[in-house]
Write a protein of this length. Structure first.
Length: 415
């Protein structure tokens, strides 16, 4: 645990940006984090290399080097004024696992490679999982020249070149990760919600990463009118139409949970235009957003059905048009049953109480699942949420999760 504590302290000091830390993707904070992690890996005697997009590979040789390696890791960037543990905990745990294996003189049957992944946080560039998708050759070729960093306005290509990396690798669709040459991928990560704190447990085995149905720019179009002079049957009230949509979706959420399904739903924006609205006006327009997530594709299909039905109902009953705008949908990323079983057995062997739960946030692990790599995630209890300077992961909980991984790694690495 001394190694982990030292690394977390060094990472915080190198990227301190009061009241939290900032580690911009392809920027100074991320660069410093990679340097700290690489130095620690080299001290442990790991074989280190960096690919053309900046992914850091740190390998502990196994008994048979011809076998595909087990990979463990996460990202090292962090949101602006964020916490110190988001992403970094997974990379540090990989190195802590190596140190433990060396202390016990254990040699795994295959290589163990720790990954330090670049550019996971979307607050810097408006593209998800840049680092892991680039390593798999999954990014569209135009991204290096179209994606601009939020703080500098410079393109991804410009920032990659500044950091010594090669945007042509992305433009040409090349890859440094071959899914056929990865035995398994494990991503330890802090939990970014309150579930483990509420359950009083130090860690959890993730069942899957929720798929996303997102419509960021929605509009309800009715008609502005006089609040006192227009009877109900003559109104085209955009607020009531949108509120009815919200109520119908909330009812679906309630039914889904009652039947054992998984769903979270957020309307993070909901407003009438300030230049037009007034206490004495029937609202003729509403802008809103929809963010719907589920571990089950069938549940996302049910949400789409409700949205479609409500659009028809709003038009026929209220003469209000619900326009959901351009949307995006990402499939759920389900964790591999064999790896989940290995982690459960590791927890039992270590005497660490844990639970299974869904991940509502997205993670690099989803890129590995998309490419067919058997994958798993291990959550660590973390108070006060995430993406804020108050992230609070206790080293005792980190240690408990590490013991689970130590107990599971032989089964994970088995042929």
């Amino acid at each position: 645990m001394t190694l982990a504590a030292q690394l977390f302290d060094a990472l915080r000091e190198a990227s301190l940006d009061p009241p939290g830390v900032s580690r911009a993707s392809y920027g100074a904070g991320e660069r410093a984090a990679h340097a700290i992690i690489r130095a620690a890996a080299e001290q442990l005697g790991l074989q280190c290399r960096v690919d053309p997009v900046g992914t850091l590979f740190m390998t502990l040789p196994g008994a048979d080097r011809s076998l595909s390696p087990v990979m463990i890791g996460s990202h090292l960037d962090a949101v602006t004024h964020g916490g110190n543990f988001d992403g970094a905990a997974g990379v540090v745990m990989g190195l802590a696992l190596v140190a433990q294996l060396q202390a016990e003189r254990r040699v795994l049957p295959r290589d163990l490679t720790i990954l330090g992944i670049r550019a996971e946080e979307m607050c810097w560039f408006p593209v998800n999982y840049i680092g892991s998708r680039a390593a798999f050759g999954l990014l569209p070729p135009g991204v290096p020249d179209s994606a601009r960093r939020s703080d500098s306005g410079k393109t991804l290509a410009e920032h990659m070149l500044e950091e010594g990396f090669d945007p042509d690798f992305i433009r040409q669709g090349k890859s440094s990760l071959d899914p056929a040459r990865i035995h398994a991928f494990i991503e330890p990560h802090i939990e970014q919600g309150p579930v483990l704190v509420g359950a009083g447990l130090p860690c959890a085995i993730v069942t899957g990463i929720r798929g996303i149905l997102r419509h960021p720019i929605c509009r309800a179009h009715g008609a502005w009118n006089h609040a006192g002079a227009v009877p109900r049957g003559f109104r085209q009230d955009a607020v009531l139409a949108t509120a009815q949509l919200a109520a119908r979706l909330d009812a679906l959420w309630d039914r889904t949970e009652a039947s054992g399904g998984d769903l979270v739903l957020t309307m993070g924006e909901f407003w009438t235009p300030a230049a037009m609205h007034a206490p004495t006006k029937v609202p003729g327009e509403v802008a809103f957003s929809l963010d719907i997530r589920s571990e089950q594709d069938a549940v996302l299909d049910a949400v789409v059905s409700v949205m479609r039905d409500m659009a028809e109902e709003a038009l026929t009953q209220r003469r209000v048009t619900l326009d959901y705008g351009e949307g995006m949908r990402a499939a759920p990323a389900l964790m591999h049953p064999r790896l989940r079983a290995a982690l459960r057995a590791g927890a039992a062997q270590a005497g660490v109480p844990c639970m299974e739960m869904t991940s509502g946030a997205g993670h690099d692990c989803a890129s590995f699942v998309l490419k067919g790599v058997p994958s798993a995630m291990l959550f660590i209890r973390n108070a006060n949420g995430s993406h804020n300077p108050d992230e609070a992961m206790a080293l005792e909980d980190f240690g408990a999760a590490l013991r689970v991984l130590v107990g599971a790694i032989e089964a994970i690495a088995a042929n």
